[in-house]
Design a protein around this ligand. Sequence first.
Ligand code: IPM
Ligand code: MG
Length: 365
Amino acid sequence: MKKRLYRILLLPGDGIGPEIMAEAIKIIDTVSQFGIKIEIDTDLIGGSAIEKYGVPITETTIKKAKRCDAVLLGAVGGPEWDSLSHNLKPEQGLLTLRKSLKLFANLRPVKTLKPLLDISPLKSEIVNGVDFIIVRELTSGIYFGKPRGIKSTPRGEKGYNTEVYYQHEIERIAHIAFSLAKKRRKRVTSVDKANVLESSILWRKTVDNVHKEYLDVELNHLYVDNCAMQIIKNPRQFDIILTNNIFGDILSDESAMITGSIGMLPSASIGKNTGLFEPVHGSAPDIAGQNLANPCGIILSLALLFKYSLNETHIAKAIENAVSNVLEKGYRTKDLAEKGSKILSTSAMGDYINNELKKILTNRS
Ligand code: IPM
Ligand code: MG
């Protein structure tokens, strides 16, 4: 018997973070009415934590996160904190959290939804039926590699970072990618820059070795520049894209355009214990506070939370269906607008999705 009592930490963060989080909370409340008890706690991260505590995340918040089953995050960052020194910037709060929770695997599903085919800047015959997951290594590579810094030298200032991967770090993320592929279309594309970088040569060799344990999965390798092109040319060829931290960061924003708006993309970061779930988009300071943001990214991230951290797959599916049903009826936030669609505010979109979810769950119980 499942315990069905879960603890979730909410970290709304900055910019549009609090607005979209409010919509996710509506969904959590609804799920709680259907036999799943969820205790929620809320805390600060990013600029909002800097304002209150002078740091982008506190030790207390990290401890709290570790005691929870999962963390749901809005977004961090904004122009008001741009001038702070590197290790005090809002983004450091997120990077510290990912590292402290040992969330080495970041899953970013890219799936086109029928009602949104026409809003993609790519032709609908190219994007129709796209369904792949970017498996991004999240706690190593150039984001964390040492040495790093900015130094004065006789030739002027020098800025430097280091791309480092240990074999075991590549192995564990490769296992995640192959295991996922086994449950899907059994195809992994590993992306690197092995024609130039030693870290990528090790990446490719290690992925080939791990592949020997998954011979029912097909593996191919692409250089990252070619992959960037293939994502636009023929995105249906991909099932799982396995890649390092920085390539995954870049390719996931690119892939967002297949779905039409970065506002749609969810992500799941997993390690051994607490998982972290956050939309791929940022804090969008230009539209913050205006009730304009698309809450679908965070609501779909919440669906991933139910799937990967709580193992409540039917709830995850119900949330995903609620989102696509509402889009099917023509309801849109501004970023998804096309001729004839009904433009909703953040909170109205959240209400429609929430009502749809209530209907779906009521019909099931
Ligand atoms: C992302 C973001 C982050 C990253 C930033 C906010 C640190 O761009 O999650 O893709 O680079 O990982
Ligand atoms: Mg990014």
